[in-house]
Ligand binder design. Sequence first.
Ligand code: PGA
Length: 278
Amino acid sequence: MTPTAPSRPVLVGTSWKMNKTLAEAVDFVESLLAVGVPPSVDAFILPPHTALSVVRDRLPQDSRVRLGAQNAHWASEGAFTGEVSMHMVRDAGASMVEIGHSERRTAFGETDEDVSRKVAAALEHDLVPLVCVGESAVVRDAGSAESFVVAQVRAALAGVAGADSERILFAYEPYWAIGTGGRAAAPDEVAPIMAAIRRAATEVLAGPPVRVLYGGSVEEANALSLLDGAAADGLFVGRAALSATGFNRLIALCAGRSTPSAPLSTPIDREVQHAACR
Ligand code: PGA
C-alpha cells in the first residue's frame, strides 16, 4: 500500500493593497489573533509598507500568521526615490514579499525582467517571493493563457534556476478575475493553468512541487470550489479579506483542507518567520 503523504497547511493570505491606517492595521491584527489560526492553515497578511512594523510588533513569536510586503525594489539601497528595498522590508518584519501583481505590471509598468530581478533579490534577503502571474482577457480569448503564463513563470525564475522550491510561492491571478469589475473564475478555467504553472516552476527549481495559490474575486461562496477544483495550495484574497471578519471566515472555511502538492510537512520559512516576527 502506498503511504499517504502528510498533509500540509493550506495557505490563506491577503494583501491590503493601498488600504488601512496604522490604527486600522492594529484593529485587524487584534481581531485575527483573538480568533486564532488553526494548525491546518498558514495565514499571511501583506500590509502596506507603512504598517509592516506595527503589525510585526503585535504578532507573537509563535504566530501562525506570516507577514509580508506587497512589493520591494531589487537594489539593496541607493538613489531610488520612493522605493523600499528587500532589506528594508525584511528589517520591518516581512518574511515574504509579493512580486509582479497585475496592478504593478499594468499600472506601474513592471516588466518580466523587473520581476525576475526582484525574485533573485528577495531570495538573497531570505524573503519568500510570492510571484503573481496571470493573463488578460484578450490573451485568454485568443486561447494563449497557458503559454503566456508559463512564459511569465519561466521569466520570473530566470535568475534563480535550481533554487529551493520550498522558498518560492506562485499565485495565479488572471487579470480579468481581479478586483471590482472582475469576473469570478470557474474552477475548470483555472485548473489547467494552475497545473501548468506548477509543472513549469517545478521543472526549473530543485525540490518538491512548487506551491501555487489562486487569487481573483475569491469569496466565501467560491473559496472551496476554487481550492479543490483548481487543486490550489491556497488562496490569495483581496476584497473579501479586507475586514478581519472576512479573513477569519475564509480561514475557518479552508481549515482542514489538504493540499495537492503535499510531499512534506515543513511549513515554508518558519525559521525566517520567527526571526522576523517578534
Ligand atoms: P480580489 O483581489 O480578491 O479583490 O479580486 C485579488 C488580488 O488582487 O490579489
